[in-house]
Design a protein around this ligand. Structure first.
Ligand code: F3S
Length: 416
């Protein structure tokens, strides 16, 4: 047993062997902030029976801009921590935009300001974007990373073949500070094979069906799914949707698509030479059933439209711009995206088209934030089950439809 400043590792409970440098981090020789982060990571490593810590080269922190998250980040900062690996960060809300529109209280504006100041002082990359894996923080095959955020972890594991466990915002921040992670779970070859063969018989006509397919977590069950029957090509947005909804509906950190994703060129490779533990078939009826469970019913008037959960790509912004060009929306419409994509949309004239129609593109913002409280009790339309799931606790209700139907509803004022 050894003890370091209030942290005791139980005899027999120790599994992570530390290098001299890691032990010094744990013992506080690199400052109290680093020691706190290391203690948390060693405790995680011990509980998952990790044998060692391994260095990371990238991190993404899913900051939530909520008190508990901020308490933790401020605690590390006050203890002198600074990120060795500058992580990209999730959106909160765009303070200038919502403050000037008078849509946030002083209390919530202060919260966002404190979040900004704290992560800036910690040395994070203030990207405020939840899809960094396609723009600003793209790992390569085999790279060991610490990514939190529901669409991010599956994307880096499944599409890029990089390695990350399903980090929490807090454990990813600790990893960014220490520069290491405990080696367990999806960092190890043997845990990256598929468990469940998912035969998709449903018609997959657009990126939207991937949202519903991802929401089938209950039927798919626990493990790593290997999908077959998905028509080529699969767009980055489809992968983004699939991962976001899988992780929302069933805490999946990784999936494979047979013959498409890098670690699944064949059944043999995808399942590591073993038989699947489970075989599941997904039909059109399954997708319709899940949609009717998670969406408010159609045939009603709609108060607003919201897109970009996960943050929209430039191609998705373009689809909306082309569909609303020269027309007038019947309601407020927001497209949430990164500041980078917004800038590109501005350069390419999409922002102007969307604003002329009565909508807007908002950077750095998530639907699950207090800036939307003024919409409480109203019904919106979105193409994302995740967008409908989290803001429900803030009183926002959503009808979920494919993107084209959503845009048409926003123009008409109602959905069939
Ligand atoms: Fe991104 Fe927030 Fe949705 S972090 S995926 S916009 S809930």
């Amino acid at each position: 047993m050894f003890q370091t400043d209030g942290f005791t590792r139980k005899e027999g409970g120790e599994s992570v062997e530390l290098t001299k440098h890691e032990r010094e981090m744990l013992e506080g020789k690199h400052g109290e902030g680093v020691a706190i982060a290391m203690k948390i990571q060693v405790a995680i490593g011990d509980s998952f029976h990790a044998k060692r810590m391994v260095p990371i080269t990238r991190a993404h922190v899913a900051l939530s801009n909520q008190e508990a998250d901020l308490w933790f980040a401020e605690k590390l900062l006050k203890a002198g921590a600074r990120c060795k690996i500058p992580p990209t960060v999730n959106p909160g809300f765009n303070l200038n935009y919502f403050k000037s529109a008078g849509k946030v209280t002083e209390e919530y504006a202060n919260l966002m300001q404190r979040t900004h100041d704290t992560y800036k002082a910690l040395g994070a990359v203030l990207s405020y974007n939840c899809t960094p894996y396609i723009q600003t923080n793209v790992p390569f095959f085999g790279e060991v990373t610490a990514f939190s955020e529901s669409s991010a972890t599956p994307y880096v594991n499944s599409v890029w073949g990089a390695r990350s466990n399903r980090e929490a915002a807090q454990s990813a921040l600790c990893a960014a500070i220490t520069g290491v992670v405990p080696e367990y779970g999806l960092l190890l070859d043997e845990n990256r094979y598929g468990d469940i063969l998912v035969n998709v018989e449903a018609d997959i006509n657009s990126d939207f069906e991937y949202q519903l397919l991802g929401y089938m977590g209950k039927k798919i069950g626990t493990g790593i799914p290997v999908f077959t029957g998905l028509p080529a090509p699969i767009t980055p947005e489809a992968f983004m949707n699939l991962g976001a909804q899988l992780n929302t509906s069933g805490a999946y950190g990784m999936f494979h698509v047979l013959g498409v994703t890098p670690e699944a060129p064949s059944m043999e490779a995808a399942f590591g030479g073993k038989a699947p533990k489970r075989v599941v078939t997904i039909t059109n009826e399954d997708l319709q059933e899940i949609l009717s469970q998670i969406s408010e019913p159609g045939g009603q008037k709609i108060d607003f439209a919201m897109f970009g959960c996960p943050h929209f790509t430039l191609r998705q912004v373009q689809i909306i711009a082309e569909r609303v060009k020269g027309k007038k929306l019947s309601m407020e419409m927001w497209i949430l995206t990164s500041s980078h994509t917004k800038e590109m949309a501005d350069r390419m004239g999409f922002l102007e088209i969307i604003r002329e129609a009565g909508g807007d593109i908002v950077s750095d913002t998530c639907p699950d934030q207090p800036c939307w409280h003024y919409l409480s009790g109203k019904t919106g339309i979105t193409d994302s089950p995740k967008c409908a799931y989290y803001p429900k606790r803030r009183g926002l209700n959503f009808v979920i439809r494919d993107l084209e139907t959503c845009i048409d509803a926003a123009l008409k004022g109602e959905v069939d």
